[in-house]
Design a protein around this ligand. Structure first.
Ligand code: RP5
Length: 160
């Protein structure tokens, strides 16, 4: 069953989003992926958000670039948590996506990650963390994941 719904504004965002998809696969968290845009397909977006909720989705991840309204618009249609990934852009390096995702007016929150693939990876991890709050098996996997990261750092032997 899909616990996470990933929505991206364009197929061109997939390269960025892939890092988040890989995390969900690694943690064996069920997810749906869909291309839907806040401005190109507003009606279809609203319908998809409603349907995803009915199917049991618990967290939304939204990736968009430019004047990136996607995460905020999804959040306007649901009280489930929405994690935004600002996609890097050629014109402004993703600053446009970052500001339009992070600067939600009070009342409709969006959890905004970093620009680009790092943000996508963290979006996947953040979704896992949310689900792990109610799932001891997932919480255990996260602890192991952190342990591996710790071991990588502590295992570094510098030749100086
Ligand atoms: C946004 O515009 C999309 O999320 C994408 O990041 C950006 C460019 O879209 P394309 O022109 O590549 O379809 O809506």
């Amino acid at each position: 069953m899909s616990k996470v719904a990933i929505i991206m504004g364009s197929q061109s965002d997939l390269e960025t989003v892939q890092a988040g998809i890989d995390v969900l696969k690694e943690f064996k968290v069920g997810f749906d992926v869909k291309v839907l845009s806040a401005h190109r397909t507003p009606r279809e977006l609203a319908a998809y958000v409603a349907a995803a909720q009915k199917k049991g989705v618990k967290v939304f991840i939204a990736a968009a670039g430019g004047s990136a309204a996607l995460a905020g618009v999804i959040a306007s249609h649901t009280v489930l948590p929405v994690i935004g990934i600002p996609v890097e852009t050629r014109s402004l390096g993703g600053m446009d996506s970052l500001l339009s995702t992070v600067q939600m007016p009070a009342g409709i929150p969006v959890a905004c990650m970093a620009i680009g693939s790092a943000g996508a990876k963290n979006a996947g991890l953040f979704a896992v963390e949310m689900l792990a709050a109610f799932d001891a098996r997932l919480a255990g996997k996260l602890a192991k994941y952190r342990g591996k990261m710790r071991a990588k750092i502590t295992g570094i032997k510098l030749k100086v």
